[in-house]
Design a protein around this ligand. Structure first.
Ligand SMILES: NC(=O)c1ccc[n+]([C@@H]2O[C@H](COP(=O)([O-])OP(=O)(O)OC[C@H]3O[C@@H](n4cnc5c(N)ncnc54)[C@H](OP(=O)(O)O)[C@@H]3O)[C@@H](O)[C@H]2O)c1
Length: 260
C-alpha cells in the first residue's frame, strides 16, 4: 500500500464520467468509495484500480433514488472506519419526452437521484470536512442547467438546481477551506446518452465528448478551486450565449434539440 492521500466517494462510479473520475482519483493514490447499483461493474472497477494503483477501495451497492440511501452509504463508510475528504456527486439520469406522458414515478425518481441524494450526501459529508478544515465536493451538473428544456423538463430543472445549489455552497463553505465545483458537461458519449435517446440526435453526434476528457476537466477544476467548469469550447460558448438570448429563443432551440 502506498500512502493514503485522501478518501474520495464517487457516486455513479460504475460507468461513464463517474468511472473516469474514479480512475483519476485512483491515479492520485486516493482511497475510493465506489457507489452505484451494478455490483459486478463496481467490483470489476475496484479490482482493476487496486491492481493498477495499489489503492484501497470500498464498494457500496445502493440505489440512491431510495429514501435514506445517503444515510445507508455513510453508515457503511463509518463502519469501515473511513471519512470522506472528497465527495463526487455524479450519479444521475435523464428522461426524454412530454412531461404529461412520462410516468410520474420515473420523474420523481430522477428528482430523488439528481437532487435529493446529492443534497443529502453533501449534508452528511460537510460536518467532517468543516471539522478537519479541508474538503472538496464535485457536483456533476450539465449545460442543461443554463436553460429550461422542453421534452426533458424535469432533467433540465434538476440540473439547474445542481448548479444553483453548488454555486451558493461554494460561497458558504469557502471560509472553511472547502471547495465546491460544479462540472457542467454537454453531450458526452456514455450510457446516459442511450438511456436518454440522445445518441441518435444531431446535436449529440456533432458535439459529443469523451467521458475521460469531461472527467479530466472536472478533476482539474476541483483541484484548482474553481466554482464551475464547462468542458469543450462549443459547450462553453453556448452556455455563455444563454445569458443574452431571449428566453423564447432558448425554449425554441432546446425544444428542437431535445426532439431531434
Ligand atoms: N452523458 C451526457 O451527455 C451528460 C451530459 C451532461 C451531464 N451528464 C451527467 O453526468 C452524470 C453521469 O452520467 P454519465 O453520462 O456518465 O452516464 P452513465 O454512464 O449512465 O452513468 C450514470 C451513473 O449513475 C449511476 N446511477 C444511475 N442511477 C442510479 C441510482 N438510482 N442509484 C445509484 N447510482 C445510479 C449508474 O450506475 P448503475 O446503473 O450501476 O446504478 C452510473 O454509474 C449524470 O449526473 C448526468 O446527468 C451527462
Amino acid at each position: 500500500m502506498t500512502d493514503v492521500a485522501e478518501t474520495v466517494l464517487v457516486t455513479g462510479a460504475s460507468s461513464g464520467i463517474g468511472k473516469a473520475l474514479s480512475e483519476m482519483f485512483a491515479e492520485e493514490r486516493s482511497r475510493l468509495v465506489l457507489v452505484a447499483r451494478s455490483a459486478d461493474l463496481l467490483k470489476a472497477l475496484a479490482d482493476d484500480l487496486r491492481a493498477r494503483f495499489g489503492i484501497e477501495t470500498l464498494i457500496i451497492v445502493q440505489d440512491l433514488s431510495q429514501p435514506a440511501a445517503a444515510d445507508t452509504v455513510f453508515r457503511q463508510i463509518e463502519q469501515a472506519g473511513w471519512h470522506v475528504d472528497v465527495l463526487v456527486n455524479n450519479a444521475g439520469f435523464g428522461a426524454h419526452g412530454e412531461f404529461k406522458d412520462m410516468a410520474i414515478d420515473r420523474q420523481l425518481a430522477m428528482i430523488e437521484l439528481n437532487v435529493c441524494a446529492l443534497v443529502h450526501l453533501t449534508h452528511l459529508a460537510l460536518p467532517g470536512m468543516v471539522a478537519r478544515r479541508r474538503g472538496a465536493i464535485l457536483n456533476v451538473g450539465s449545460t442543461a442547467a443554463y436553460q429550461p428544456g422542453p421534452y426533458a423538463a424535469i432533467y433540465f430543472a434538476t440540473k439547474a438546481f445542481v448548479l444553483s445549489f453548488s454555486e451558493a455552497l461554494w460561497s458558504e463553505v469557502r471560509p472553511h477551506n472547502i471547495v465546491v465545483t460544479c462540472l457542467c458537461p454537454g453531450p458526452t458519449r456514455t450510457n446516459f446518452g442511450s438511456d436518454y435517446k440522445m445518441t441518435e440526435s444531431q446535436g449529440f453526434q456533432l458535439a459529443g465528448m469523451e467521458a475521460r476528457d469531461v472527467a479530466l476537466a472536472g478533476h482539474r477544476a476541483l483541484r484548482r478551486g474553481r466554482r464551475t467548469v464547462i468542458p469543450g469550447t462549443m459547450n462553453c460558448l453556448l452556455a455563455f450565449l444563454t445569458r443574452f438570448a431571449p428566453r423564447r429563443l432558448l425554449l425554441w432551440a432546446a425544444s428542437k434539440f431535445n426532439r431531434s
